[in-house]
Ligand binder design. Structure first.
Ligand code: MN
Length: 261
């Protein structure tokens, strides 16, 4: 190995445990909650598995299923064309690989979100994070930790709609605009069901994280897990959507490489 071989260095660090792989993906199954829109709008299905064969007369040596699934189900990726503001932008198959492997910063608002399920991160909060931890990474991701990952297999507490209206933390309007238009980031990742707060249908514009990020050609990843295992800075985020031609989004496997010690 030479200093000129950074991939070999990484392989060695993975082998020695100096770099750990953290799985940021929620299990995907028939109970995985999906977003519930106001009732006048069409709803997305979750996941349903249909058995093709199971080591039986339909296929004696093999088991397989076909899937019925919404693009925006479970831990998933939002491509620019998901939103009207990004309709002329990239579909999920067109997202360049270097945006799918990129540095991540983690802002932890789990305490605030536990106290207030409608908690909203502000642009001032992000700038204060930069004052403490250094500038946001060029081409990187901001991952918002809220503790919502612990609720992700229970629709009632995850969506927080016990009173008929969804409640979950997110970004305020100006923060969404600032990340989209002024920050060097390519996307945001969240633990909640969508990149917008539960109450964001009532914001101006409605769903501002979708509106501004997709409109700026940026991305979202939702329903992340284990952000608590990541440092504020220094993790390398991997997110792998299906290369679905014309797709507005896709379920993903999301991972992070984290230096130890
Ligand atoms: Mn989505």
């Amino acid at each position: 190995m030479t200093p000129q071989d950074p991939v070999a260095s990484l392989v060695e660090a993975l082998g020695s445990g100096a770099v750990e792989v953290v799985d940021l993906t929620q299990p995907l199954n028939e109970r995985t909650p999906v977003i519930q829109l106001p009732e006048q709008f069409a709803q997305t299905p979750g996941v349903k598995r249909h058995e093709i064969s199971r080591y039986d007369e339909r296929g004696p040596a093999w088991a397989w299923y076909w899937l019925e699934i919404g693009e925006h189900t479970g831990t998933h990726f939002d491509a620019p064309i998901h939103w009207i503001s990004g309709r002329d932008g990239k579909d999920v198959s067109q997202v360049p690989g270097r945006h799918l492997i990129a540095p991540a910063v983690v802002i932890d608002r789990s305490e605030e979100s536990a106290e207030n399920p409608d908690y909203l991160l502000t642009a001032d909060d992000v700038r204060a994070f930069e004052d403490e931890h250094g500038p946001l990474p060029e081409g990187g991701w901001l991952l918002l930790r809220t503790g919502w990952d612990a609720r992700a297999q229970d629709a009632e507490t995850f969506l927080g709609a016990q009173d008929g209206n969804p409640h979950s933390p997110g970004f305020d309007v100006e923060c969404a605009r600032w990340i989209a238009e002024e920050s060097p980031l390519v996307g945001v990742g969240v633990e909640t069901v969508g990149i917008d707060a539960g109450s964001a249908a009532e914001f101006d514009p409605p769903f501002p994280a979708h509106f501004y990020l997709m409109g700026a050609g940026k991305y979202g990843v939702t329903q992340l897990a284990n952000l608590g295992a990541l440092p504020h800075t220094g993790a390398l985020f991997f997110v792998a959507p299906l290369k679905l031609t014309g797709g507005t989004g896709s379920p993903v496997r999301a991972l992070a490489l984290v230096p130890q010690g």
